[in-house]
Design a protein around this ligand. Structure first.
Ligand code: HEM
Length: 527
């Protein structure tokens, strides 16, 4: 007996067969890819002599999906104990160890060798944008923080050229105006005030004047409502970006309404300034070119670019504030250093505000600032994602001295805080604020990373520390912005005041925003 099959059933059977075949083919391709990757990894392992990296599996045995670890990280961030927590893990597992966070491998490191390798030697193997883009996109969609590769290179070049004529962009008279506005907030006779709030406002005023062409007047007693709103919005944005960074994918569970509102308002504010600045520039080009014939740049693109750059600089701004408030916190606990600092300034340049060519002579100011950057680095954590299989030079094997494998997609979190405080690079008592340690140390040592290292090093750095600042006019100017501004402000502060009283009754509690602050404020008196 023959069974008749309808053409429809035959068609369905052959379709099923094709789907099955395609499925098997896909599985074979995936398997082949996996095997190829495993072979690649093994070859890399053999080539570099990689050994096993210590991990937290003893602590999170049943946390297969890394959920408990993710919750633990988020809760330490909320309780403001992230630094203490990660330092304790470095002490337990060594300078480099791995964790599983929501199914992803996170490698934590505070090894100077690994940090240098990732930021310099193997720079092209590690990206920033996969982590930062989703966080920064609403506020600065094409800003330098969200870019890698050629786009980053272009943006970096633009910021660098913007910082290239420091004599034009840093007006010491304007620095003095901002310093005087700061002094207005210091109560008389050494009475208590929160210097952290004031240094934050001071840094914001100086940075917005530089990046937007107009200060936000955060130190002014008559700040406009519009500027006040901008300052508040930037605070909301920075706080949320960092919080979300710690939350990882869990961030999608929390409403972003207020964040988006703040981003919208802050961008509008910056765009208006960008438009004004670009129009000012193009009208001066038109004047010099007799009517502007031949100027072919796209104005709206220029405006968007200017706004993204300006916003990136505003977001990078607080680093100077962290350095200053951290410094005053330390000085309030050590009268010897305050006396020595003031005497060194007066002996070198007297009581008149420093001139451009005198800034490089203030060596003790430089040590004091380097020490503040070491003890209170503005960026306590930073991270990169491996864009291909790679390695790091240490962390493997029982003694942690062998190279380790880094797989494509692994996130490497490095802790500047731990490096500066646990490392042996800085001599005795690394937890102690002791500027004299810089007498015999070079700021180029690989463990000192307040500005990071390598091609992505902070373009506004070169604070007093980084190399002798003997001749400001010949050193690379793009590297000296922070150096000049901070040296000027600290010098003026200790030409004006001779004591720093300590009113802090509580311990320093971390507040990690885009930079780093004390949750309790920094309560001092200056007289
Ligand atoms: C004490 C002062 C400062 C400190 C400690 C500091 C520190 C840093 C650090 C740690 C980074 C991160 C680099 C990375 O993720 O690889 C950075 C990036 C950056 N900083 Fe600074 N910074 C300071 C001042 C400034 C100033 C004054 C400006 C602008 C005038 C500035 C502009 C930038 C920019 C644009 C980036 C992004 C660089 C890039 O991604 O290529 N910084 N800074």
């Amino acid at each position: 007996m023959t069974i008749q099959t309808s053409p429809e059933a035959t068609r369905q059977r052959s379709m099923l067969g094709s789907i099955l075949l395609a499925f098997v083919a896909i599985q074979i391709v995936l398997l082949a890819r996996k095997l190829y990757q495993i072979r690649q990894l093994r070859a890399l392992e053999r080539l570099y002599g990689c050994k096993k990296l210590s991990d937290e599996s003893d602590n999170f045995r049943y946390d297969i999906f890394g959920i408990v670890k993710a919750i633990k990280l988020a809760s330490h961030f909320r309780q403001r104990t992230s630094l203490q927590y990660t330092n304790s893990l470095f002490q337990r597992y060594g300078e480099t160890y791995a964790s599983n966070v929501l199914g992803r491998r996170l490698i934590f490191t505070c090894s100077a060798e690994n940090i240098k390798h990732m930021l310099s030697t193997a720079f092209v193997d590690f990206d920033s944008s996969p982590l930062r883009k989703p966080l920064f996109e609403p506020i600065t969609p094409h800003g330098i923080f969200t870019l890698d590769g050629t786009d980053w290179k272009r943006s970096r070049g633009q910021i660098r050229s913007r910082l290239s004529n420091l004599r034009n962009i840093i007006d010491l008279e304007l620095c003095e105006t901002h310093f005087q506005a700061f002094v207005q907030h210091i109560p008389p006779n050494g009475q208590v005030f929160d210097v952290q709030r004031c240094t934050s406002a001071l840094a914001l005023d100086m940075q917005t004047r530089f990046s937007l062409g107009e200060s936000v007047d955060a130190l002014s007693f008559t700040q406009s409502q519009e500027k006040k709103q901008f300052v508040d919005d930037i605070e909301v944005v920075k706080e949320r970006i960092v919080r979300d960074g710690f939350r990882g994918p869990l961030r999608h569970l929390v409403s972003k309404r207020a964040f988006h509102q703040s981003c919208g308002r802050a961008r509008k504010y910056v765009m208006a300034h960008a438009k004004r600045e670009i129009e000012k520039r193009s009208s001066s080009i038109e004047k010099t070119e007799d009517g502007g014939a031949g100027t072919d740049f796209n104005k709206s693109e220029e405006i968007a670019l200017f706004a993204d750059q300006a916003m990136s600089i505003v977001l990078a701004n607080d680093s100077m504030s962290t350095t200053l408030s951290g410094l005053l916190y330390c000085l309030s606990q050590d009268d010897r250093i305050v006396k020595k600092l003031r005497a060194s300034i007066i002996d070198t340049i007297g009581l008149t505000p420093p001139a451009w060519n005198q800034l490089g002579m203030l060596h003790y100011v430089r040590w004091v600032l380097q020490e503040a950057l070491r003890v209170f680095p503005a960026a306590v954590f930073n991270a990169r994602v491996a864009n291909k299989h790679s390695t790091m030079p240490s962390g493997g094997g029982a003694d942690g001295q062998s190279p380790v494998l880094v797989r494509k997609g692994d996130i490497v979190v490095f802790s500047t805080w731990a490096r500066h405080r646990l490392g042996k690079d800085f001599g005795a008592d690394p937890e102690k604020f002791y500027p004299e340690r810089w007498e015999h140390l070079s700021s180029d040592i690989s463990g000192f990373v307040p500005f990071n290292k390598g091609p992505r090093i902070c373009p506004g750095r070169k604070l007093s520390s980084l190399g002798p600042m003997v001749n400001m006019s010949t050193n690379d100017p793009a590297e000296q912005y922070s150096m000049i501004v901070l040296t000027y402000i600290v010098t003026r502060m200790f030409q004006t005041f001779s004591t720093v009283s300590n009113y802090n009754t509580k311990e320093w509690i971390e507040r990690i925003s885009l930079t780093f602050e004390n949750e309790n404020g920094v309560l001092v008196g200056l007289s």
